[in-house]
Structures are given as C-alpha cells and as structure tokens.
Design a binder for this molecule. Structure first.
Ligand SMILES: C[S@@+](CC[C@H](N)C(=O)[O-])C[C@H]1O[C@@H](n2cnc3c(N)ncnc32)[C@H](O)[C@@H]1O
Length: 269
C-alpha cells in the first residue's frame, strides 16, 4: 500500500512538472518510465522529429544498448549513491545522435560520475573523429552533506549530484575512451566562455550542470551562437526549472523542443 502511494505521489509530481513543459515534450516526459525500459521507439520518433535518418539513429541506439559501455555501466552503477545521473537509456540515444551527426566538437556541462561523457566518448571513438570538452564543478558526500572537491564552491542539496567518496569526476569513463576528452573543473559560468572562445563550431552541446532557470539560460545563450547549422542543443533535466528555461529559450529562437524521457533537444536549422 505504501509503495503504491509513493508511486502515485511520484506520478502526480511528474504530471505537475509536465504541465509546465513546452507542448512538444509533455507526453514523452510523462512516459519516462516506459522510455527507460524500451528506448528504441522513442528514439525513432525523436529522429523523425529532428529530421535525422531514423534507421541510422535506431541502429546506433541498439548498438549502444548491447555494447560494452552499457555492460560496464550496469556493473559499476551499483556504487552510485546519487540521484541526478544521466540514465543509460538517454545515454544510448545520445550515443545514437552523436554517431549519426558525427560532430567534430561536443561540449558538455555537468559530468559528475561521467555517464553522459562516456556515451559521447564511445560514439566519438566509433566515429573515429571528434573530441569532447566537459566542464564540471564536482561535489562528493561527507556525512550526508555536500562536500566541494574544488575549495570554496557551494551547492544546494536539491541541485546536488555527488560522486562517491574517493572517486574523481568522470570516474565511470573507461580508460580507453579518454584520449578524445578534455575535462575542465570549475564553474561553467566562468569556464564556458573560455571554452567557447577557444573552440570552433560545436556539433552537440549538452547542458547537465546547474538546473536553475538563470544558469540554464546563461549556458543556452552562450552556446547557441556557436552551435553549427544542423547541430543540437541537448538539455537534461527538462523537468521543473528546466521546463521554464526551455519555454523561454525555444520561444526566443523560434524553434520547437523535442524529447525522450526527461531529456530535451532543439536542432539548429
Ligand atoms: C546532474 S549532474 C551531471 C550528471 C552527468 N551528466 C551524468 O551523466 O551522470 C550535475 C553536475 O554538474 C555539476 N555542477 C553544478 N553546478 C555547476 C556549475 N555551475 N558549473 C559546472 N558544473 C556544475 C554538479 O556538481 C554535478 O557534478
């Protein structure tokens, strides 16, 4: 009975969050539990919406689901204590999109344990081209409270995605995937403008750092002019503040938002 009540309460929260999302992603946001179990049909729909070759995307998503990285994460994730990490189902979709778009440069903010980084790096390796620049302000847990790995930084517990004590940011990324990776530690508000100033055009930009409306809009506004035509803005998490930020941003660029589960996508024309 208690478990059922908990499920219903979760569903109600998710439904309330969904109501605040841009219309294009309300249903997929609600369908997140289904998407996590069977991501392929959702990936196919997303590919069609983003005007990408459906069969190619689906083939790559399937490869990610049955590939060695997914098996590695299945084994390692038992150690994870935190909420907020990128799921393996959205990770497979991200892999499929990076395989299909073949970007020369991917930039992400928010690494924590490194699930999304690992999927992007696995796709770049399979493509045989491209690199990933990631920015993270990491925290671990000390007696149940946030403990900064970079002195002086703070975070509220509702935004906190700690890595396990004794681990480094991105520890889940296998050694053989790291040669295309440039990981920078610090606040994206400070580091992102530097990364953008020194980089060429971005094929895929993933926001998964601090999910406040203000911080999300700062990252979207900074990254968008550098995203190449046909490239993608990817946003995790679309819920709560993310929904409001996506509303504002999609209106400002006049483009629709699509999604799978809690992850949103805007493709630049
Ligand atoms: C939701 S987690 C990232 C999950 C990750 N993408 C994955 O695949 O599991 C968010 C990360 O962003 C970090 N973060 C929070 N505020 C940040 C900021 N201002 N700049 C950069 N990273 C930040 C958090 O400490 C945490 O490591």
């Amino acid at each position: 009975m208690g478990a059922l009540r908990l499920r219903l309460a979760r569903l109600r929260t998710r439904a309330a969050e969904a109501r605040r999302l841009p219309a294009g992603i309300r249903l997929v946001y609600l369908a997140d539990p289904l998407f996590r179990r069977m991501p392929t049909p959702f990936a196919a729909l997303l590919a069609r919406q983003l005007r990408l070759p459906v069969r190619t995307v689906v083939r790559h998503v399937r490869a990610a689901r049955s590939g060695p990285l997914n098996a590695h994460l299945d084994r390692e994730r038992v150690e994870l204590t935190a909420s907020g990490q990128f799921g393996q189902a959205p990770g497979a979709v991200l892999y499929g999109l990076v395989r299909t778009l073949r970007p020369e440069l991917v930039v992400e903010t928010g690494v924590a344990n490194g699930v999304s980084s690992a999927f992007i790096l696995a796709a770049l390796r399979a493509n045989g081209t491209g690199r990933l620049v990631s920015i993270d302000l990491p925290f671990t847990v000390d007696e149940g409270a946030p403990s900064a790995l970079i002195a002086g930084s703070t975070i509220t517990t509702d935004q906190w995605s700690p890595i396990p004590p004794g681990r480094s940011p991105g520890w889940l990324v296998p050694e053989e995937l790291r040669d295309r990776w440039d990981l920078r530690l610090g606040d994206s508000r400070v580091l992102l403008p530097h990364v953008l100033a020194e980089s060429g055009e971005i094929g895929v930009f993933l926001h998964d750092s601090l999910h406040t409306v203000e911080h999300m809009l700062f990252e979207f506004d900074a990254a968008w002019p550098r995203i190449t035509g046909g490239g993608l803005l990817v946003v995790d998490d679309a819920g709560a503040d993310g929904g409001r930020a996506l509303h504002v941003f999609s209106r400002s660029v006049g483009l629709p938002v699509y999604g799978v589960g809690g992850v949103a996508f805007i493709r630049k024309p």
